[in-house]
Design a protein around this ligand. Sequence first.
Ligand SMILES: Nc1ncnc2c1ncn2[C@@H]1O[C@H](COP(=O)(O)OP(=O)(O)O)[C@@H](O)[C@H]1O
Ligand SMILES: [Mg+2]
Length: 296
Amino acid sequence: MIAPKEIEKSYKCDSQWPYGCLQKVKMNQTRIISITSGKGGVGKTNIVANLAYTIAQLGKRVLVLDADLGLANIDILLGLTPRYTLEHVIMGKKHLPEVIVSGPGGVDILPASSGVEELTNLNPNQREHIFSEFFLLNEDYDFLLIDTAAGISSNVICFNVAASEVINVIEPDPTSFTDAYALMKVLSVKYGVNHFKILLNSVNSEEEAKGIFEKIELVTNKFLNVTLEYLGFIFRDKKLKEAVRKQQLVVEIYPYARSSRCFFQLARVICKIPHESPHFNGFQRFIHGLFKREEL
Ligand SMILES: Nc1ncnc2c1ncn2[C@@H]1O[C@H](COP(=O)(O)OP(=O)(O)O)[C@@H](O)[C@H]1O
Ligand SMILES: [Mg+2]
């Protein structure tokens, strides 16, 4: 492990940050995006995996953090069997690059398993250690996509607070709508997250997606202090289900399927969005945000 002191030598100190930190002289552009939802089973894991692939196709370097402890996680979706997880890094047995595995299309995956719970409950020594591990990754990636669990557990809240952009996935069913609202309410009222990108999944038309977005925007405008941004939609698609059964990505094996076209379009939209906070090291800000949860 490289001691934080050594890292500190090579970077300008910024008193705004904890742990003697460290604003890099060379600004990094890593975008930290959490993909989340109020309700489970709305397609987050599929969206993260396909989006990571399509963003990578645009020449960007993408790391996926599997932050869902549930069973249907991203390595199962991709047929990967990682040997090590974030837990090994937290225990000091491995470095981050040794844990990261390569997925389809040059996408990297950071398997977390129970390391996810631990990441949000570290003691000061572990924090400093993890901080320096993530700090060194910063140069390597343009995007970190976080596949969160659903709901309003402290874990989900934590990753959404730490991310610089939150994509809230909604599907056309009333419970998905009300749970998405509940999640935004908690994040905005209790944690000050007040900007959400809305992605509609499993829709049959663009009109349906826009109709749902308008409805939820009407309600949030009335009752919450948040701004919503319509990010786009993914068609409901049998080919996507077929790809899941084959443990492959729909965008890879059926690039012309109707959902695949949406993913390629979505990647272009996301890559065009200007980076909201280019002045900070993305991972630095992210890790700081995770630790900050206790102060919230
Ligand atoms: N656009 C879609 N069209 C058809 N089926 C979908 C679509 N998105 C997701 N699914 C199906 O929904 C199920 C749940 O998806 P998953 O990505 O595991 O959701 P989550 O991660 O939100 O729990 C998967 O089995 C997948 O086959
Ligand atoms: Mg999932």
